[in-house]
Design a binder for this molecule. Structure first.
Ligand code: NAI
Ligand code: MG
Length: 394
């Protein structure tokens, strides 16, 4: 079989640290591929006025699979200040390149598994009388990845046509005396096909891996139209999956329930914003950002990434302190996607065995405040963590 080509997008900050660690593990497990580097992130915004250069889009379009580290993103005004002087006033507008990537390629299904490793000192525990119990958490969040509050249809000081269109809605009467320059509007647009696709992906996953329930987590009692559409589609699609229960929760109540009984949840499905929230919440119960992996899946192309950002405060630390496991588990999701499930399982087993043994732990696993002093307290470097995982690869 021809070798696969994987587009690597390290991005900024610790993305540049963790991505090479994941590639080391992929090579050690015997995954045969060529890697091509692609530019993305803050330095390309500063130098070119574009954090997602066309050449990167072209590489992904050609090779179809990306492994992404993390990018630095900043608010609009700060972005303008940092742009190279010769590019100022040329009409460049900053937007997040990872959100742009998801939208450009319609990577509309985001999958974020949150599964606890035995022995992880960061696992959720619950008081039980005078002792503690540690229920295993195994939740998989399906987040609609392209629409909703992240769709980018928004204004401060909306144009007159937008304002008058909105005023056809009786509820806009509450804002009739507000000058347009004092109005900020972010839309939450859901489409039926995207709701159907994310819900179906969630049910398919539940069926394939034997999960008992799919929880649609929205807020249809208040956000009647968009959350209502997701709920209605979930009810229809659930009928095709006898034996898998459809549960419904509101995002606020869900955050409360998951911190009480996270083990009750299997597969969850949400729109973009609530999916982002609920997946970070579950990630916090299984080790936090150092363990949170994800996949962005479209019809033709897929990009795999840890859910953490570029952690700029740690980017210059040498040796690096950050946990590479989130990135390594994201690479496992890539292997699953490419049908190399045995390799993915071998890596996950190796990670599990390092975590269970507890001898090699990055600073986050020891609940230390990050900084160069973590090593004298016994923390492993990012490289040592990967080395430990490599020694366990069967
Ligand atoms: P962050 O995820 O970069 O860092 C938050 C904190 O989590 C860090 O200070 C660190 O303590 C911890 N952390 C993150 N990754 C870790 C790892 N692998 N091991 C151990 N600890 C880890 O989020 P923050 O600070 O809110 O954002 C920093 C930058 O990253 C911003 O510019 C933000 O826009 C960007 N960002 C990018 C994302 C992406 O590329 N997908 C996602 C989230 C934020
Ligand atoms: Mg997030």
């Amino acid at each position: 079989m021809a070798k696969r080509t994987i587009v690597t997008l390290p991005g900024d900050g610790i993305g540049k640290t963790v991505l090479p660690e994941a590639v080391r593990v992929l090579e050690a497990v015997g995954f045969e591929a060529e890697y091509v580097h692609a530019d993305i992130g803050w330095e390309f915004w500063i130098a070119e006025g574009n954090a997602l250069p066309q050449r990167t889009i072209d590489l992904l379009a050609e090779h179809k699979v990306g492994l992404f580290g993390a990018i630095t993103s900043k608010p609009k005004d700060q972005a303008e200040e940092e742009l190279a002087p010769e590019l100022c006033d040329k009409g460049f507008v900053y937007s997040s390149p990872i959100v742009g990537l998801r939208q450009h390629f319609n990577l509309d299904v985001s999958i974020r598994p949150c599964c606890s490793f035995k022995g992880n000192p960061l696992n959720f525990i619950r008081r039980d009388g005078d002792s503690f119990i540690e229920p295993p958490v195994d939740a998989v969040i399906f987040r609609q990845n392209t629409e909703g509050l992240y769709g980018g249809v928004e204004w401060t000081n909306p144009p007159e046509q937008v304002r008058s269109a909105l005023e056809t809605h009786p509820k806009m009467a509450a804002f009739k005396d507000v000058p347009s320059e004092d109005l900020a509007i972010s839309t939450r647009i859901f489409t039926r096909p995207a709701c159907q696709r994310i819900v179906r992906a969630a049910f398919d996953h539940a069926k394939k891996f034997g999960y008992k329930s799919v929880t649609v987590c929205e807020k249809p009692n208040v956000i009647r139209e968009t959350s209502g559409m997701m709920r209605a589609e979930a009810k229809k699609i659930a009928a095709d999956f006898p034996g898998i229960d459809l549960w419904e929760t509101n995002i606020d109540a869900q955050m409360m329930w998951m911190t009480k009984n996270p083990e009750n949840y299997d597969v969850l499905v949400s729109g973009n914003m609530f999916g982002d929230i609920v997946s970070d919440g579950f990630a916090g119960l299984v080790g936090g950002l150092g363990f949170a992996c994800s996949a962005n899946i479209g019809r033709e192309l897929a990009v795999f990434e840890p859910t953490h950002g570029s952690a700029p405060k740690y980017e210059k630390l040498d040796p690096p302190i950050v946990n590479p496991i989130a990135m390594i588990l994201s690479a496992c999701m890539m292997l699953d996607h490419l049908g190399e499930t045995d390799q993915a399982e071998r890596i996950r087993t190796a990670v599990g065995s390092v975590v269970a043994e507890g001898k090699v732990r990055t600073y986050d696993m020891m609940r230390l405040t990050g900084g160069p002093g973590v090593f004298e307290k016994g923390a492993a470097t990012s490289t040592q963590m990967t080395d430990a995982i490599l020694t366990r690869l069967a």
